[in-house]
Design a protein around this ligand. Sequence first.
Ligand SMILES: NC(=O)c1ccc[n+]([C@@H]2O[C@H](COP(=O)([O-])OP(=O)(O)OC[C@H]3O[C@@H](n4cnc5c(N)ncnc54)[C@H](O)[C@@H]3O)[C@@H](O)[C@H]2O)c1
Length: 439
Amino acid sequence: MPKNLNTNKKYIVVVGMGFVGLTLGLTLAESGHNVIGLEQNEISLKKLQNGNPHFYEKNLKKLLQKNLRKKRIKFLRKFIELKKFDINYFIIAVGTPIDRNKKVHLKTIFKISKEIFSLIKKKTIVILRSTVKIGTTRKIEKIFKSKKNKVNFAFCPERTIEGDALNELKYLPQIIGCENRNVRKNVNDLFLSITKNCVNLNTYEQAEMVKLIDNSYRDSIFSFSNQIAKMGELMGIDINESLLKANYKYPRNTLPKAGLVGGPCLTKDPHILMESLKNKVKLPIIKESRLNNESIPKFTIRLMKNNVKKNFKNALICGLTFKGMPENDDVRNSLSLNVIQELKINYKNINIDTLDPYLKNNYLKQSIKQHYNNFNQIKKKYDLIIIANNNKYWKTIKFKNFNKRIVSKGLLYDYWNTFENIKKKNYIVYGSGNLIKKL
Ligand SMILES: NC(=O)c1ccc[n+]([C@@H]2O[C@H](COP(=O)([O-])OP(=O)(O)OC[C@H]3O[C@@H](n4cnc5c(N)ncnc54)[C@H](O)[C@@H]3O)[C@@H](O)[C@H]2O)c1
């Protein structure tokens, strides 16, 4: 635990209590720092103040309640309320969504930076944590530099995985982009109070690049498998098995399974990387990878329509969260939603039910007939069941139970090949990379 943190009452303010800000804020509090979480959304704020996180993350609720009890974290709404506190760090963790034209929204960060500026003292350090396009950190630094000559600034991106963030924050190396030696040392000390390693980069741009490279690379390897899966489907080759067997005891391959690639980061960060170059240079691998991953729902549903030649009337979509592992309740940019949209376009009057053990309520409201969070509640039979994410829950249901909920000559389309070795029965099972034929 950092020395005397509770006695000298210096505070770290984390601005934005979303997934990133809250997990980091609580990890800092747990290691002994005094943390203030600033959150503008009144509903989320009230929940946090009452010890109830507004999203699910493993162990989050327990950690929140413990740190509230120990008075190591508090939640406030407005910058003006911070005036009475002695703050040595500001960490900016607000969202940076992309719009319809795939342009990243940075206005909030600039607005917040101005608010922070009015509160900083000589030694206050400001850390930018949100994902930004390259060059943003330097622009923000200028806001501070314009009024004072010296600015204590660093860019330290978040790289945790949703569902295991509280664990990963304790061991993932922290990327630190800082251009001043003394400030860098302080920022290292701060992060070394929660993790064992820091990776230092000498410029902001290098650190910004690390974050965008990570996710663009990951997006591209999924896209590689998806492209191979598409190829197999078009050439009439059951290629899923080739993908799996290509990996078997062959150390030079780490091919992921083909499937739906969604979520708030992978769907966004490659676009931010491309936007950083203002289209001066084309980035065909990154661009095509992203477009290919985005195309999968349309591709598979059209293939289904053309090859299966059956007018599906009742469908069950299993898995709405953007991924099934690790456990999370995040539906942001989930391709399951695009699958539903494509079904509605291609099968007029289709009734769609959804099943997701992590979502208590019907997320899609009127467009979905019935939402279940437990398979045993389902009493109907469907002519189409789609397993859209890789939730471990599907295996606990067992294949034979899916069997009971599907009509004869129905189709089970299993995007992640959860039930890999199951062959045809009175209905047909296909997954990404398997052939879809006439039933
Ligand atoms: N979610 C992830 O897994 C993940 C992982 C790595 C990096 N990132 C990046 O981290 C950043 C934050 O991501 P997130 O998922 O936590 O975003 P989010 O949108 O879920 O959370 C941001 C929070 O900031 C609050 N906020 C916005 N403006 C505010 C203001 N002026 N004052 C106080 N609060 C304000 C919002 O109400 C919201 O609760 C993004 O840039 C994202 O790309 C996210």
